[in-house]
Design a binder for this molecule. Structure first.
Ligand code: ARG
Length: 391
């Protein structure tokens, strides 16, 4: 028989809070597990809420460094995105949270794991696919999928009946997911794809129109594809990401307003903010363009897309993702150098790049006297290049 102990992935928000009494009413001892992936958590309030709702304890787990090093950095090496403009913040955090959930369940000898995702999103898939891959013996409970708690109003009513504190954030008209790599915002008026997102929907970025009138220059130094310095000061990647979220946010960098194709077959509208991710990917791409040869650069592109797709669809813990990581790591051998970025009213553009491994040769590219390119060779090259087509 299954023991009645469950580890619940707990965010502190309304959705996961109402899961606690629901599980408790069904005889479970609920251990609330809270992953800190840089969303900014109020541990005291979260503990009060979780325990107040009936959890036997709240565990807070600082995963920021792990998240930055083992999830964000590989994703940056790959320049991973989904449908071009979603930089995958939410999607990337799920396999890490699921992995830890499994570890905690094992340690606590719990036979069940639970999450507060709804039945129509991507996150339920990411959590459960990861859990099933790592620990197929764990029973998974998804209260919000089983429950006929269909509206937000009903949920709030249930929370009231069960003495769950409802703070200001849970009354926000939006559903917000936040971590180091970015913010995802949906629901409320955003559900009308024809309505411009209101100002209050954005959480960490200034409206570009209201951002500073002077551009800001900054430089990022990469070593084998890993950001190591910001403005020439050595920093760890986690601090670089935090700093760029702040600075980039003030310049309105990294907003996206998308219609995306969910894994479960529906199109949805979501807005995103990812200042650090936007700046770092742009800088990284600029450096790669300087140091990678054409074949490698071009070959990497569709694999990046595939990698982003694997992250989006919950297939992080797969042989293909691991294999691609090895490939991307190898591609970064020479991705060492400095990129100068210009931030201005919502845009982050590379305006300078330098590297010992640069394949750019001024004497070949120049149109001045210094030109060393062999034009005669071009003639023969063109002849042969066009030959297959009757040239
Ligand atoms: N659409 C994004 C994804 O599937 C984010 C989902 C969570 N969004 C939210 N606002 N809670 O990865």
């Amino acid at each position: 028989m299954q023991n009645k102990k469950v580890v619940l992935a707990y965010s502190g928000g309304l959705d996961t809070s109402v899961c606690i009494p629901w599980l408790a009413e069904r005889g479970y001892e609920v251990i609330a597990y809270m992953a800190d992936v840089g969303q900014g958590i109020d541990t005291v309030a979260a503990r009060r809420r979780a325990i107040g709702a009936g959890a036997s304890k709240l565990m807070v787990d600082d995963l920021k460094k792990d998240f930055a090093e083992h999830y964000i950095l590989p994703s940056l090496r790959a320049n991973a995105t989904y449908e071009r403009d979603y930089l995958l913040a939410t999607a990337l955090s799920r396999p890490l949270i699921a992995r830890r959930l499994v570890e905690v369940a094992k340690k606590e000898r719990a036979e069940c794991a639970a999450h507060g995702c709804t039945g129509k999103g991507n996150d339920q898939v990411r959590f459960e696919v990861t859990i099933r891959m790592l620990a197929p013996e764990l029973k998974i409970i998804a209260p919000l999928r089983e429950w006929d708690l269909t509206s937000r109003e009903a949920e709030i009513e249930y929370a009231r009946e069960h003495n769950i504190e409802i703070d200001v954030t849970s009354r926000s008209p939006y559903s917000i997911d936040m971590n180091l790599w970015g913010v995802s915002i949906e629901c409320g008026v955003l559900e009308d794809p024809n309505v411009e997102p209101p100002r209050d929907a954005y959480q960490i970025t200034t409206d570009p129109a209201a951002s500073p009138d002077e551009p800001l220059y900054l430089s990022v130094y990469f070593e084998k594809g890993v950001p190591k310095k910001l403005n020439d000061s050595p920093m760890n990647p986690l601090d670089i990401i935090r700093e760029l979220n702040k600075t980039g946010g003030a310049y309105g960098i990294g907003r996206a307003d998308l219609i995306e194709d969910r894994l479960v077959g529906i199109k949805s509208r979501e807005i995103y903010e990812a200042p650090a991710a936007t700046i770092l990917i742009a800088a990284h791409r600029a450096l790669e363009a300087l140091v990678l040869d054409r074949e490698l650069l071009h070959f990497k592109e569709p694999l990046s897309q595939k990698y982003g797709y694997l992250i989006y669809t919950g297939l992080w813990e797969t042989p293909l993702r691991r294999s691609l990581d090895r490939f991307f790591e190898e591609t970064q051998r020479n991705v060492t150098g400095n990129v100068r970025m210009k931030l201005y009213k919502g845009t982050a553009v590379a305006v300078g790049r330098s590297s010992h491994f640069a394949l750019y040769k001024k004497e070949l590219a120049t149109y001045t006297e210094e030109d060393a390119f062999d034009r005669n060779a071009a003639e023969g090259f063109i002849k042969i290049w066009s030959m297959p087509y009757g040239g």
